[in-house]
Write a protein that binds this ligand. Structure first.
Ligand code: ZN
Length: 248
């Protein structure tokens, strides 16, 4: 990571307000949460197509919960890292208006981010597809290995967006509006490959805003970004927070 890149990133954030952050799995890998695209940790043992699709859940919810139970345990014990904390701090100081995230792990919320749009849902709750009961995480964990609905007995579904499901309509509408209103969309830890979230930077560009991309590896939108930083999320966001004046 080059000092000059951080200074350019800080100038962009300072000059192009409001700045909205869009985060992906790369922000949470430093908290020990593996990206399903890299076959490490629990993703090495499970095929996403067998455990993370809505069809798989409807066909065999017990099998899907065998996987999710392990995943919940991992996510519940993970801690926010420097990247999550720096984004929450930048919001408090007025430099970041909101965080849009693809992550379901609650780490942005636990780090203190207030304006948070979780476009793939989160593990905060699970719901009953029959009676509509909504059950908070701690209760779901107490019901493992297979959490049956306390009201009607059907197996609950985690409120995370599975492959093959539509994104939550209100969250994606809010994310789209925030992206279009952003003078700068700060993409962090996303390879911008999963639609429709990958389309959010296009909303920013179409409305005349700019992109800055902090990601390990290339993304399809690098050529259209005002700045790309090929570095880890935690160190880059911490350095950004230190490079900016106290208040935005
Ligand atoms: Zn129910």
């Amino acid at each position: 990571m080059v000092r000059m890149e951080i200074e350019r990133l800080a100038s962009l954030v300072a000059e192009r307000q409001p700045c909205v952050a869009l985060t992906g799995a790369g922000v949470s890998t430093e908290s020990g949460i593996p990206d399903f695209r890299s076959p490490t940790g629990i993703w090495a043992q499970y095929d996403p197509l067998e455990v993370a699709t809505i069809d798989a859940f409807l066909a065999d919810p017990v099998k899907v919960w065998e996987f999710y139970g392990r995943r919940l345990e991992l996510l519940r014990t993970a801690e926010p890292n420097e990247g999550h904390r720096a984004l929450a701090e930048l919001e408090r100081r007025g430099w970041v208006r909101a965080v849009i995230t693809q992550n379901i792990d609650l780490l942005h919320a636990r780090a203190g981010s207030q304006e948070l749009v979780e476009v793939h849902g989160s593990i905060r709750t699970s719901s009953c597809l029959d009676c509509g009961a909504v059950v908070p995480l701690d209760e779901v964990v107490a019901l493992l290995p297979v959490p049956f609905c306390p009201s009607c007995g059907r197996i609950l579904k985690p409120d995370v967006v599975m492959f093959g499901e539509l994104l939550p309509e209100r969250a994606i509408a809010r994310a789209t509006r925030l992206a279009a209103e952003a003078a700068l969309l700060l993409v962090v830890g996303s390879s911008l490959e999963v639609y429709p979230v990958a389309g959010l930077p296009l909303e920013t560009l179409a409305a005349g805003g700019s992109l800055a991309i902090v990601n390990r590896g290339a993304t399809p939108l690098d050529a259209r970004a005002a700045l790309t930083v090929d570095a880890g999320a935690g160190e880059t966001l911490r350095a950004l927070a230190e490079a900016l004046p106290e208040c935005g």
